[in-house]
Design a protein around this ligand. Sequence first.
Ligand code: ATP
Length: 337
Amino acid sequence: MDTVPAIRLAGLRKSFGPVTAVDGIDLEIADGEFFAMLGPSGSGKTTVLRMIAGFEQPTAGAVELAGADVTRSAPFQRDVTTVFQDYALFPHLTVRQNVEYGLAVRGKGRTERRELATAALASVRMEAFADRRPTQLSGGQRQRVALARALVVKPRVLLLDEPLGALDLKLRQQMQVELKQLQRDAGITFVFVTHDQEEALTMSDRIAVFDHGRIAQIGTPTAVYEQPQTEFVAGFVGTSTVLDRSASEGVLGRSGTFMIRPERIRLTPAGEASARDERHRTGTIAEVVYLGATTKYLIDLSSGHRITASEPNAGSVRQRGDRVQITIRPEDAVPLE
Ligand code: ATP
């Protein structure tokens, strides 16, 4: 990166007694980037976020914001705002007062506070709820207010710790799109912690996949999904079939460990002619998982290996026990480390 990154982490570590929560993170997040930290529970994502915010002191390493070392600075000395999973709205204040609070702390006058809060509430479509208290709102509405409150102070960096975790699927998907739009319009750097791979794929410019306090892989959603480097990443992001050394020999006729996404495995009528370097195998459908838009099939191959394939639903769904032929293009088998 030529320009100064919004956030730079160098050799960042954090131990809690005998527990190493963060085990050496080096990372640059560009100005205006939507960056996701994705990983299973306990992989260290939240601890990294808290060290960026200043709520936690690193055991070793440095945190830089816009080129300045803030490792030893207090949270309020850093130009970052955090939105927590539980929203942390003041229950005794109205929605408007909650949003205006940060502006009042920064010494903004009454008229300016009102204008900025109105605009922030409009940006999350909550202006009609300005006079209610947080308890009179749904979870999704509280979420929006928490965002408005964070956005109104125009931070350079917004840190979000699973802010959509408490929402139902429908609302979460809607908020994912809205958050992305808000971020693009405001030009703020967003750093987002989630254990939901779909959420990370939907919203981010780049994803860091965390595993045991380290980054297993970092890249665009497409790169992380299409070209996972390790079995851990292939398994954590999306569904995949991992073929170990012996399975690769049997199924692909290649040596090494490979990963194949279910949608890349084509189910074809037995004996169908095809391109020369495609691999064909026959098998029996062992399980059918109907998912609405697609159906997932677990297929036991004659070679003794099991693979997962999926098809869009456009007509009839195949049945358990059906004999099928699978076809794999060589480029769809991704080598793993
Ligand atoms: P989750 O998705 O469940 O929030 P996470 O990836 O954010 O998980 P962290 O909260 O960063 O994980 O925790 C990483 C590790 O550090 C865990 O093993 C956790 O138990 C430990 N840990 C976190 N905070 C503390 C603390 N204050 N004292 C002791 N151990 C802690």
